[in-house]
Design a protein around this ligand. Sequence first.
Ligand code: ADP
Ligand code: NA
Length: 318
Amino acid sequence: MSRRLSLLTPSGRLTLGNLLGALRPMRAAQDDAECFYGLSDLHALTTPRSPDALRTAIAEQSTLLLAVGLDRATLFRQSQVPTHTALSYLLECVATTGELGRMIQFKEKSRRQESVRVSLSTYPVLMAADILLYGAEQVPVGDDQRQHIELARDLALRFNTTYGEVFAVPEITVPPAGARVMDLADPTSKMSKSGADAGSIALLDPPDVVRRKIARAVTDSDTGPDAVRADREAKPGVTNLLEILVACGGSPDGVTTYGALKSAVTDAVVAELDPIRKRYADLAADPSYVHEVYRRGAEHCREVTAPVLAAARAAMGL
Ligand code: ADP
Ligand code: NA
């Protein structure tokens, strides 16, 4: 059975975009792959955030992964499996500053900051370690991460050539993403967990908040009988609402006004989030259960990855 690895960074509140684009496909994959899922909490430290905010995001996100049904995967936190940072350092001795400087995401993120943490530039190396420790063949990522997957392959091949065959370098496939959900307030940009709150539906938003956000979603000034139609270029807001509606099991049949569309989308999204919010409340009432799941997950990960780290160390002469 092939291995699938997917880590989400606890850098904000998981959104409807994360659910439809990532968590749902992750849930479905549990049937036919050995899945390692969890929180890339070390990646969260590549940009400044307060310890309290990080703790809150970690607690919420680790509980949410269970609440959405990822209970047949090995769930873990990157920071609780020390082989990740250990292998990352060894791979830093194989990577070059030149290739890390060419990473598009690094260039974009560092341009926006006055002082850039070293870990922001080495982030793709830690991600390579994440992948190579598990010999993961399926690594679902967004387009902005594809370059990092190529780097992981490059580093594995270079390591093997320089020090001997340690890493299996499978064709790492990026499984097709689920729906791409756009921001409700600015439908030309992706709904994001770090984005403006008004345009982003958090998975734990209660029904009245969902209703208000969708009611305020940007549409356009069309009023004709065929105003409710998909056209990504000319009508991004309406198209986004139609896609959310269908992805959440609703139907646009008979919907002719934006008011009716928004009401149908609200009903579908509320129905989709309802069971998640309820399951979350049950789990949050017993944090020791969630802790135990992640403790066992980390233990399993340490066992699975220790031989790979040991082989890499030995190959390098340590
Ligand atoms: P990170 O990669 O830092 O954990 P993201 O929230 O950018 O955080 O992405 C996590 C996963 O969710 C990725 O697989 C990404 O493709 C998916 N995702 C994020 N936002 C959306 C969105 N608006 N629509 C669809 N998928 C999304
Ligand atoms: Na991201």
